[in-house]
Design a protein around this ligand. Structure first.
Ligand SMILES: *Cc1c(COP(=O)(O)O)cnc(C)c1O
Length: 383
C-alpha cells in the first residue's frame, strides 16, 4: 500500500456551492423547499433544453415517480436493460410491476434494439420501457424510440450517468416521455445526493412534485386521496447543485480528456478496448471502462487487484441484472445469436461484465496519477 488514494470518481467542489448554501442560511431558507429548488429546476431544464423539471431526493426516487406518473402498477411488465445499476429496476419492483431484462448491443453497451423488438413480440402488452445511457454513452435512441412509438409504449430515460451527454445534438434525458438525472456523490456533478425528473409534459413533473411532497390535496385540513412520498430535494441540497451546474461543461471536458488519454496510452495494446462512445453523440465520458480480449489470459480482477495495491480505486462493470439472485425469476431477452434458447443465459451484457472494468476517472487526477494508473495496467500486457 503506497501513496495517496486515487479515486474512481469523487466529488469535485468549486466554492460557488457554498455561496448558494450561505444565501439559504442567511435568509433562513434551510427548509422547506425555497428559491434554490425552483432555480435549480429551471437551470437544469434550460441547460438540457426541456420545459419542465422536478427536483427530488435521488435519481432512484425520480425513476420511482416516473413509473407512478405513467400509471405502472401491480403485474405490469417493464422492459429494462440488463447491464445497469440496480437502481434502474428496483423501483419497478416497488410498484409490484415485473422487469423483463433486455440484452446489450456491442456498439454502445446499451439496450439492444433487436432484442427489444423481440421482447415486444414475446410481451406485446408491456407497459413501459426504461433505457439507460451507460457510463455516459448515449443508447441507440432513435431506433429505441421508434420501436416504442410503434407499440405506443412510453419511454423513460435513465440518464443518471449521462447528464451533459448529447445524441445528434440533443441532450440525453430529453428524448423519452420522462427523463431522470442523478446527483449522487460519484456522478458527473453532485449535490451529495439528489435527483431530477424532466419532461416536456408539465402534468408529469407536476404530479411527481405532488407525490414527492406527501400527496396533499389542495385543502386546509390535510386531506389525501393518494399515497404520497417524502422525495423532494431540500433548498440546501439544491444550492449545492446550482454551484455544481456552473462547472458541468468543465467536468465533461475533463472526463473526455481522461478517456482520450487512456485511449492513446493503450492504443498499441490490441488486447485492450475501451468502452464505446456512440459516434452519433457526444458522451460525457463519466467513467472510462476497458475490456480485455479473452485469449490473452489477463482478467479484470488481476488489474483491479494491482491498482488496489497502489491505493487506486477501480470497479467491475455493473453485474447484469438477469444474473442477480434477487431477479432470478425475471425473464431475459438476449441479443440475436446469444443464447436465446430456454435456459441458456449467455449474453452480450455478460460478456462485457466478464471481460471489463471501470478505470479511475476522477477529474482531479493529476498527470502523475494518470501515468501511474497507465503503467500499472500496461504491465499486465508486457510481452
Ligand atoms: C446512480 C444511478 C441511479 C440512481 O441514482 P441515485 O441518485 O443514486 O438514486 C440510477 N440509475 C443509474 C444507471 C445510476 O448510475
Amino acid at each position: 500500500m503506497t501513496g495517496k488514494k486515487i479515486y474512481l470518481s469523487s466529488p469535485t467542489m468549486h466554492g460557488e456551492e457554498q455561496e448558494f448554501i450561505k444565501e439559504a442560511f442567511d435568509t433562513n431558507w434551510v427548509a422547506p423547499l425555497g428559491p434554490n429548488v425552483n432555480a435549480f429546476e429551471k437551470e437544469i431544464a434550460d441547460y438540457v433544453g426541456i420545459s419542465h423539471a422536478s427536483a427530488l431526493s435521488a435519481g432512484t426516487a425520480a425513476i420511482h415517480l416516473a413509473l407512478k406518473v405513467l400509471g405502472i402498477s401491480q403485474g405490469d411488465l417493464v422492459f429494462v436493460p440488463t447491464l445497469t445499476f440496480s437502481a434502474t429496476c428496483n423501483p419497478v419492483v416497488y410498484e409490484k410491476a415485473v422487469p423483463v431484462f433486455i440484452d446489450s448491443e456491442k456498439d454502445t453497451w446499451n439496450m439492444d434494439p433487436d432484442a427489444l423488438r423481440r421482447a415486444f413480440e414475446k410481451y406485446p402488452n408491456v407497459k413501459a420501457v426504461i433505457v439507460v445511457h451507460l457510463y455516459g454513452t448515449p443508447a441507440k435512441l432513435y431506433e429505441i424510440m421508434e420501436i416504442c412509438r410503434e407499440h405506443n409504449v412510453p419511454l423513460i430515460e435513465d440518464a443518471a450517468e449521462s447528464l451533459g451527454s448529447t445524441y445528434k445534438g440533443k441532450h440525453t434525458g430529453t428524448f423519452g416521455d420522462i427523463g431522470i438525472y442523478s446527483f449522487n456523490g460519484n456522478k458527473i456533478i453532485t449535490t451529495s445526493g439528489g435527483g431530477m425528473m424532466v419532461s416536456e409534459k408539465e402534468e408529469f413533473t407536476k404530479k411527481a412534485t405532488f407525490l414527492a411532497t406527501q400527496a396533499r390535496d389542495p385543502a386546509r385540513h390535510y386531506q389525501h386521496s393518494n399515497i404520497g412520498y417524502n422525495y423532494r430535494m431540500s433548498n440546501i441540497v439544491a444550492g449545492v447543485g446550482r454551484g455544481q451546474l456552473l462547472h458541468l461543461e468543465e467536468h465533461k471536458d475533463r472526463k473526455k480528456a481522461i478517456y482520450r488519454q487512456y485511449k492513446e496510452a493503450f492504443a498499441d495494446i490490441p488486447e485492450i478496448t475501451l468502452n464505446p462512445l456512440n459516434e452519433d453523440g457526444d458522451a460525457n465520458c463519466w467513467l472510462t471502462c476497458m475490456t480485455i480480449s479473452p485469449a490473452c489470459g489477463v482478467t479484470p480482477n488481476q488489474i483491479m487487484d494491482a491498482l488496489d495495491e497502489w491505493n487506486i480505486e477501480s470497479r467491475p462493470i455493473w453485474k447484469p441484472m438477469h444474473l442477480q439472485p434477487v431477479f432470478a425469476k425475471c425473464d431475459f431477452i438476449a441479443a440475436e445469436g446469444n443464447g436465446c434458447k430456454e435456459g441458456v443465459r449467455e449474453s452480450a451484457a455478460e460478456d462485457i461484465f466478464n471481460r471489463g472494468l471501470c478505470l479511475p476517472s476522477d477529474i482531479k487526477n493529476t498527470p502523475e496519477d494518470m501515468e501511474l494508473i497507465i503503467k500499472i495496467v500496461r504491465k499486465h500486457f508486457d510481452r
